[in-house]
Design a protein around this ligand. Structure first.
Ligand code: ZN
Length: 319
């Protein structure tokens, strides 16, 4: 048996108390302030092995965080995958049948593909259709700095920058393999008022991912008007004066592995800034893989070097 190569500094929390909820959708709870305002939602566990979101929502629920206006919903997404989490094989519980963050295209939701994840998305969909502002909490395999995936639209960028954290804000169009929750419906429509962010809080099982997840969630809840400044101050741990200036990065595209022999030129973990265009960062079969422009950022370089998969996504540092 292979030893698990990843650090495991955190444990799953028991979320069984949230199963019934009050929305008709298992593991989704809505609090209604009784006054007008946006419907704000924080989602955890879109990937079942990304523990920090579940720990964050459990904390907020236990501390009776309630909306001061509009509605606030807390959701646990791929609970079936989460239930299988095993610290000796922590990658395995990402999903059950397929990636729940690739099934949010209307074609898939309206189609007849029947997997545990399409069933869960269809169950969650009527609730999501009422959400104005969504934060979807994720984490990463690499020990890479935290980042927000704000999507390709200006409204996503503006919301990510308003939160002031995490440092890196990455604009990307999602994945050819299927639509993310972050890009579903009005979230991905430039003319619609809905808005969504996906935060990658750090390495999946580092304690720091929980710190970042909690921090960004509280900032999101304050920014969207869901919680008061007093509630924010009662729980926030970071000092705003110490936050680094945010960096805004536009993803241009991936390098898709073309051969059976791919190797990296260095031990990249993500967010490395490569100053000169044409710098060799890897080798794919008989050819060098080079950075396409000056000030190129390596987004989530993949340790698994499988033909046909993305080795890395290139991003251009804009500010
Ligand atoms: Zn994820």
């Amino acid at each position: 048996m292979n030893a698990n190569p990843y650090p495991i500094e955190i444990e799953p929390v028991d979320i069984s108390a949230y199963k019934e909820g009050n929305t008709g959708v298992p593991y989704a709870t809505t609090f209604d302030s009784g006054t007008p305002g946006a419907h704000v939602m924080v989602m955890a566990l879109t990937h079942g092995n990304e523990l920090c979101g579940a720990i964050t929502l459990d904390y907020l629920l236990r501390h009776d965080i309630r909306p001061t206006q509009g509605k606030l919903t807390f959701g646990f997404h791929n609970v079936a995958a989460y239930a299988t989490f095993d610290p000796n094989d922590p990658i395995a519980s990402r999903f059950v049948d397929e990636d729940l963050n690739r099934v949010w295209g209307v074609d898939v939701l309206d189609g007849d593909r029947d997997t545990l994840e399409t069933r869960r998305a269809r169950e969650m969909r009527p609730l999501i259709d009422t959400v104005d502002l969504l934060l979807d909490i994720h984490s990463m395999t690499n020990d890479s700095p935290a980042l927000t995936l704000c999507g390709p639209l200006d409204k996503g960028r503006d919301l990510a920058l308003a939160l002031k954290s995490p440092t890196y804000v990455v604009a990307d169009a999602g994945h050819a393999a299927g639509t993310r929750l972050r890009d579903y419906g009005g979230f991905g429509n430039p003319a619609a008022p809905q808005n969504a962010l996906l935060v990658e809080a750090g390495q999946h099982w580092r304690a720091d991912a929980v710190t970042v997840s909690m921090d960004v969630t509280l900032r999101f809840l304050r920014q969207t008007g869901a919680i008061s400044e007093d509630a924010f101050q009662a729980h926030i741990k970071s000092d705003e004066a110490n936050l680094a200036d945010q960096k805004y990065i536009k993803v241009s595209g991936p390098h898709t592995i073309e051969s059976d022999f791919f190797s990296w030129a260095d031990d990249y973990t993500g967010m490395e800034l490569i100053e000169k265009a044409g710098t060799v960062i890897g080798r794919d079969g008989a050819r060098d893989v080079v950075t396409p422009y000056d000030n190129c950022v390596l987004i989530m370089p993949n340790k698994l070097k499988t033909k046909g998969h993305s080795a890395v996504r290139f991003g251009q540092l804009m500010s």
